[in-house]
Ligand binder design. Structure first.
Ligand code: ADP
Ligand code: MG
Length: 702
């Protein structure tokens, strides 16, 4: 349903429409326009989407732990009466709330809080808090626990069920998310089509399985944490099936269309080579040759270009894009972040402007006039090459004669988004597609998972790189780390300092980065320090990146926004603060930002002791290897309880619950099932695709 239409009819009749799975999330109780906008950031647009927003982990808040029983590192639900609240300024501004349960006391410590929060902690009131107990010389404390305050203890009971923890964005709380999902589950219960049996998939049925994950029974916890609960396996199978169905449809449709012959890629690659300060590697040349064969064939290319971070995928894409421009066609390169889009534009311009080839930018943050000019230049065909972000999906974006779509770092984009880009050419011709990914999965597995794609692997790094040397250092030895940075910068090199936070809140992460920035400027007064985080305006961010790129700043304090793709070869040292909090694949991506030039590079994993066993194991893996494939393998083996449900941001093709490596052995059988479904019940296939792959369907059923 069209949103504005829905609103008018609602206003006219004065009643809310009955909730359906396809209703926009705004119609849920507790989801006004502001909350809905935040939900959109999580790609949650319709009630149905909430069903598949799965917990990343569970917390057991079914029993209150007496303060006396706390142990170091223990996660616990505690309750006590507020006995003292104090604002302190050392080592930095923090709020200290002491609570007492009659036998023992505990300090809750907050570094980020507002006045209302502070005022709520009045002496004599009660607090229920869930967090990790840390031992200090003065006794136990919890830093930033999740908490509630009330006037009496009875108002703060323990929970009846396990507590699911969901991925969030700033402005939405866990309890709000839980309530919205509860409403979505109710809606699904009343929907006949959703409760249809799915042939070939065993019990429990979809909705029962979803309930088991969103509202788990305590007895199920061990299986849930092990990832072997029947409800999980059932959903994994359904999701993998949906993706197989979608990819089969996509490949079939795409290949049935006529391709656009582009003959001169080898020549274009030669021309590009003349502009480059380095020689293409053999692996890069091989990749270009495979793309050239696709370009010359009679159906559109669907190719995955895989290569570890730093293997030089961009320049391969540039060669293909140049060939398009020389053939009088357009090409777009789609990046997952604004920062990366801008960097790609700079690189392409540097390589291609001597050849008088224009490179335009379409970004979500452009001003109206700028954007309109860009849209015009795209639609008229005047500018041949384009770089952009999500803004490229929007319906008003049209190209005159699109020959090629390149998608960079595709683990951030799903199949659906690729589909959305496919039909952007004005005359309806189907462009070639090149998907670039740094996600290290074995080639055979890639062929199964990306059933709709041909696979090219760049299995060689450019020559002359010295492997990054990685060390783990305790936060207590910060001085040493500062000395290293000073040394590297005095030698003319540059450094990154990456700040990380556990909760996925851009605002808090930005705040932490700003604080680190101020502190580092005091500690290293002789250095020129820059700062970049997700909250900066696009222009400021670009200015900061540009300053770092051209050597104007020496030390760049950043949040994980720089995780993907940023390229500054002179940066030779990276500090990752609180490295123990990150997963292996994220650490590997981050570390890939250094070691890009000829100088030996270092990566310092700064951790806060005490390290958990899993944290230590991860740091050990990072110290022992730079090989992306090996790291991915170890990642799988190491993911401990509580992480098993995975951090979805690493989902390869927008998978919500299936793990492409762990569940690879399920795929062959589901491929057969997908074929049977497509032959016997294509309508059901469409519905299941819509469930899991979402709005992709809009584009798939043309
Ligand atoms: P990724 O595959 O991670 O996207 P990039 O395309 O960003 O890697 O390339 C990493 C760096 O290596 C860039 O600075 C790029 O200019 C450089 N590079 C690419 N190919 C070569 C090559 N053949 N020789 C030397 N440097 C190269
Ligand atoms: Mg890249």
């Amino acid at each position: 349903m069209n949103k504005s239409k829905a609103r008018t009819s609602r206003a006219q009749s004065g009643v809310k429409p009955a909730l359906k799975l396809f209703t926009e999330v705004t119609y849920l109780k507790g989801a006004g326009p502001a909350v809905a906008a935040k939900l959109h950031l999580l790609d949650l647009r319709r009630v149905q989407d909430l069903l598949f927003h799965l917990p990343v982990r569970y917390e057991d808040r079914r029993a209150l732990t007496p303060l006396f029983d706390l142990r170091p590192g223990m996660e616990a639900l505690v309750r006590g009466r507020i006995v003292a609240t104090e604002l302190r300024f050392s080592p930095r501004r923090n709020l200290r709330v002491a609570i007492d349960d009659g036998k023992n006391s505990l300090v809750l410590r907050f570094f980020y809080f507002n006045e209302a929060q502070r005022a709520a902690f009045a002496d004599g009131r009660w607090v229920r808090a869930y967090g990790t107990a840390r031992a200090t010389p003065q006794g136990y404390e919890m830093v930033h626990p999740e908490y509630r305050v009330a006037d009496s203890a009875e108002d703060l009971p323990a929970e009846a069920r396990l507590t699911p923890i969901y991925p969030l964005v700033a402005g939405i709380t866990q309890s709000r998310m839980r309530d919205l999902i509860r409403q979505a589950l109710e809606t699904a219960g009343a929907d006949l089509e959703f409760n249809e049996r799915l042939p070939g998939l065993e019990m429990p049925e979809t909705l029962a399985a979803l309930r088991a994950l969103h509202q788990p029974e305590g007895a199920d916890l061990p299986l849930l944490l092990a990832g072997t609960h029947p409800a999980q396996i059932r959903l994994v199978r359904e999701e993998l099936l949906a993706h197989q169905l979608c990819m089969r449809l996509l490949r079939g449709q795409t290949h049935a269309r006529p391709g656009i012959g582009i003959a001169h890629l080898p020549t274009a690659a030669g021309t590009l080579q003349e502009q480059l300060p380095f020689a293409l590697t053999a692996a890069q040349r091989r990749a270009i040759a495979e793309i050239a064969a696709d370009f010359a064939s009679s159906s559109p290319m669907l190719r995955l270009l895989q290569g570890d971070v730093g293997s030089g995928k961009t320049v391969v894409a540039a060669a293909a894009m140049l060939a398009c421009a020389q053939a009088g066609l357009q090409a777009v390169l789609m990046a997952p972040t604004e920062l990366l889009a801008e960097q790609h534009q700079r690189n392409l311009r540097q390589w291609l402007s001597p050849l008088k080839i224009e490179v335009g930018l379409l970004s979500g943050r452009q001003k109206k006039a700028e954007r309109e000019a860009a849209l015009k230049a795209a639609a008229s065909g005047r500018v041949p090459l384009w770089v952009g972000t999500h803004a490229l999906f929007q319906s008003e974006v049209r190209f005159a004669k699109l020959g090629l779509v390149v998608v960079d770092e595709q683990h951030r984009f799903g199949v659906g988004q690729r589909l959305a880009l496919r039909d952007k050419g004005l005359d309806g011709a189907t462009p070639h597609q090149l998907i670039m990914s740094a996600t290290p999965i074995p080639r055979t597995l890639a062929q199964t998972l990306y059933a709709d794609l041909d696979v090219t692997v760049i299995d060689e790094l450019p020559p002359g790189r010295t492997p990054v040397q990685t060390v783990a250092i305790s936060g207590e030895r910060r001085e040493e780390v500062l000395a290293r940075i000073g040394e590297a910068c005095r030698a003319g090199r540059q450094a990154y300092w990456v700040c990380t936070l556990i909760e996925e809140s851009e605002a808090l992460e930005a705040q932490a980065a700003e604080e680190t920035y101020r502190k580092l400027r005091e500690e290293l007064p002789e250095l020129r320090v820059g700062l970049v985080h997700g909250r900066l305006k696009s222009a400021d961010k670009e200015a900061q990146m540009r300053a770092f790129q051209n050597g104007g700043t020496q030390l760049l304090v950043a949040t994980t926004v720089i995780e993907v793709g940023v390229d500054v070869p002179n940066a030779s040292i990276m500090i990752i603060d609180n490295a123990e909090r990150l997963g292996l694949s994220q650490l590997h991506q981050l570390r890939g930002r250094v070691g890009r030039g000829a100088t030996a590079s270092q990566c310092v994993l700064l951790y806060q002791p005490p390290l958990s066993e899993a944290g230590r194991a991860r740091l050990d893996v990072m110290r022992s290897t730079n090989d992306g494939f090996l790291i991915a393998q170890r990642d799988l083996e190491l993911r401990g309880p509580g992480e098993l449900l995975g951090r979805r941001q690493t989902g390869l093709i927008g998978l919500k619950i299936a793990d492409p490596v762990r569940h690879a052995d399920l795929v062959p059988e589901l491929q057969k099932l997908a074929d049977r479904w497509l032959a016997k019940n294509p309508a059901l296939a469409q519905r299941v695709i819509t469930r899991w792959v979402g709005d992709a369907q809009r584009y798939a059923d043309v």
